[in-house]
Design a protein around this ligand. Structure first.
Ligand SMILES: Nc1ncnc2c1ncn2[C@@H]1O[C@H](COP(=O)(O)OP(=O)(O)OP(=O)(O)O)[C@@H](O)[C@H]1O
Length: 232
């Protein structure tokens, strides 16, 4: 996945300026940045939820800038935004099955994969999504995204509001999924240690622009990054 020259915003308020990022096949990449710097907006542009004012989005060499979110899912781009799109009065398993809407023939295989990496979802498969704790709902939203068997999984604010134990669990599972299944990841994450262990490369956003990029461990040592991102 790559995007280049992305300008975008809401009504006439510009949020992203000339953004260029790439995620190679199988790579795990993190996006850092202060509140309101446009990270979520970028994921929405890449998943097709909002159209950029200008610039191009490519996936495996193909220009997908004008494709709908649905068509992007079919190509292998999944977005686990937050838990708001779960169906709370449906069971865990029914929610997962809905995630496989682009590949109905392989539902069983998808469920097996999700339950393998998230055994907590297997043991709660019959529970209603609305009865799960916030952490397990987040797990379910990620599991549902994986049901489409993506080539690239985008996750917004992975650790937001979760207990350290749950953050660790999700982080470990996602690292295994990335390594063992070769699913590339683009993660917006404030928790630097999680981001540092999951992703080798990262981008730092400030006021809608990419202000630094490269090796995550090096980025975390840079003064500007620490100042902008960690408020040090
Ligand atoms: N639907 C919307 N309509 C109008 N403005 C919006 C909308 N969504 C976001 N914005 C504005 O766009 C800017 C960037 O928001 P965005 O959510 O992309 O940033 P972010 O880096 O993800 O921030 P956070 O970490 O706080 O989620 C902010 O100023 C925000 O107020």
């Amino acid at each position: 996945m790559e995007c280049d020259g992305i300008n975008c915003g809401y009504k006439d308020a510009q949020v992203l300026y000339h953004v260029r990022i790439t995620v190679k096949e199988g790579e795990a990449v993190v996006v850092f940045g202060s509140n309101g710097s446009g990270k979520t907006t970028l994921l929405k542009v890449l998943s097709g939820i909002i159209k950029p004012w200008s610039g191009i989005v490519r996936f495996r060499g193909r220009d997908i800038t004008k494709l709908s979110p649905h068509d992007r899912v079919k190509l292998g781009i999944a977005f686990a935004s937050d838990t708001r799109n779960l169906f709370l009065s449906m069971s865990v398993e029914e929610n997962l099955i809905l995630g496989a809407y682009t590949r109905k023939k392989n539902v069983k295989e998808g469920l097996e994969m999700v339950y393998h990496y998230f055994p907590d979802l297997a043991s709660q498969r019959k529970k209603l999504a609305g009865e799960l704790s916030g952490g397990f709902q987040r797990m379910l939203s990620i599991g549902r995204a994986i049901m489409s068997k993506p080539l690239l999984l985008m996750i917004d604010e992975l650790s937001l509001g979760l207990s350290p134990k749950m953050v660790d669990k999700l982080g470990q599972a996602l690292m295994s999924i990335n390594r063992e299944r070769g699913i590339a990841m683009l993660v917006v994450e404030q928790e630097v240690y999680l981001a540092g262990s999951m992703c080798r490369r990262g981008y730092v956003f400030d006021l809608g622009r990419v202000v630094a990029q490269g090796d995550v461990q090096k980025l975390l040592k840079e003064d500007t990054v620490r100042r902008i991102y960690m408020g040090v």
